[in-house]
Design a protein around this ligand. Structure first.
Ligand code: NAD
Ligand code: TDX
Length: 340
């Protein structure tokens, strides 16, 4: 197989870092460049074991910085771009939508303009099932397919949907060779402890209250992050240009059930659960129909929630320093300590 150079944006975040580890292990002849702005969600310490690896390079920079991005593309001659970089937390988008529109939409445009200019062979956009809005709790027969209309609820999902439309427009108008994946909720190692599962694990370990929004009946379709990485790997190598692929399925759980499972695994009491004010515009249920990616690329989720959550809890127990440094703010010092 020819030597390939891949730009992975947002690789110091949760899914991007897992994807980098997956790709470095699986393709020893590929070169990986990670571009990340190291916002509050980026943790360079996550990538520390790769710093001496000759197949890996970290570049600090912002995907909205056109001149910087164009210079990087000019120097590096990428074959493939996989865009994970985004503002990703729904609650933050409700407080401060502006940065979501800037990074998630305009950043995507900059990356695609550079991809056009430097004739990238594949531009892959990592999107989300949240672009399909939500499903009612009492219609368990309904699932998101690639044909489900785009209907967004939060500034976050609206920004991701806008980016998806722009990506499709660049394909139709400029023939940019794109693919888009829309994945359900991920969980696993390196998940930032503001999101439901790592938040509940870290707070339960500290015997702190566990804030469940509303009545906790909202359902998410949980996917172990390694399964997401395998799906993107398949799509960038074998997916059809111009296509959207949904990723996820078969692991629906209510938030309350997830929290109770975590408490059981950690041997902590359910009295830690605290019902708090609901999220504004809170989506009720996400559920993916993975038929297309299964039929075309042979992908299905491999890790059942019951197994994945055990592995995830073990990882948080074995890597307390990783999340404790986030909670204390120390993780943001690592970049500066490397580049004095
Ligand atoms: P994350 O918040 O953990 O990581 C995002 C990364 O992007 C961080 O390292 C951050 O520093 C970087 N970043 C942010 N703004 C940037 C900018 N302007 N320039 C360069 N880098 C920037 O997010 P995640 O959970 O790993 O999600 C990655 C992608 O997957 C996102 O596009 C998200 O929409 C999508 N997604 C996430 C999930 C999920 O469950 N977490 C599910 C489906 C899709
Ligand atoms: O403290 C909490 N209490 C609570 O009840 C938090 C943080 C969340 N919740 C609920 C809200 C959701 O119903 O748990 C569910 C999951 O919440 P998040 O972890 O914030 O994820 P979600 O809003 O579903 O979005 C996630 O999946 C889709 C990612 O953050 C997105 O980036 C991805 O696109």
């Amino acid at each position: 197989m020819k030597n390939i150079k891949i730009l992975i944006t947002g690789g110091a975040g949760f899914i991007g870092s897992n994807f980098i580890y997956h790709m470095i292990d699986k393709y020893p002849n590929y070169k990986i460049v990670c571009l990340d702005a190291l916002t509050y969600a980026g943790n360079l310490g996550t990538l520390k074991p790769l710093m001496g690896n000759s197949n890996f390079k970290f570049v600090k920079g912002d995907i909205t910085d056109r001149e910087f991005v164009f210079n990087l593309f000019k120097e590096e001659h990428f074959n493939i771009v996989v865009n994970f970089a985004a503002e990703s937390h729904v609650d933050r988008s409700i407080k401060n939508p502006g940065v979501f529109l800037n990074t998630n939409i305009l950043g995507t445009q900059v990356l695609m303009d550079a991809s056009r200019e430097y004739k990238i062979e594949r531009y892959h956009q990592v999107s989300t099932d949240e672009v399909y809005g939500d499903l009612p709790l009492n219609r368990t027969d309904l699932f998101f397919t690639e044909e489900t209309p785009i209907t967004t609820s939060s500034p976050y999902s609206a920004s991701k949907a806008s980016a998806d439309l722009l990506v499709q427009a660049y394909h139709k108008t400029f023939k940019l060779p794109i693919t888009i994946s829309r994945c359900s909720n991920n969980y696993g190692p390196y998940h930032f402890p503001e999101k439901l599962i790592p938040l509940m694990i870290s707070r339960a370990l500290n015997d702190e209250d566990l804030p469940v929004y509303g009545n906790g009946e909202n359902i998410r379709d949980w996917l172990y992050v390694e399964d997401h990485c395998k799906a993107i790997d398949l799509i960038i190598h074998k997916g059809r240009v111009g296509e959207v692929y949904n990723i996820g399925g078969h692991n629906e759980k209510s938030n309350l059930d997830v929290v109770k499972i975590i408490l059981r695994e950690l041997n902590k009491p359910e009295s830690l659960i605290k019902y708090v004010t609901d999220r504004a515009g809170h989506d009720m249920r996400y559920a993916i129909d993975p038929t297309k990616i299964n039929n075309e690329l042979g992908w299905l989720p491999e890790t059942k929630f019951e197994d994945g959550i055990k592995k995830t809890i073990k990882w948080y127990l074995d890597n307390k320093s990783w999340w404790k440094e986030i909670l204390s703010g120390d993780y943001q010092n690592y970049y500066n300590s490397m580049h004095k």
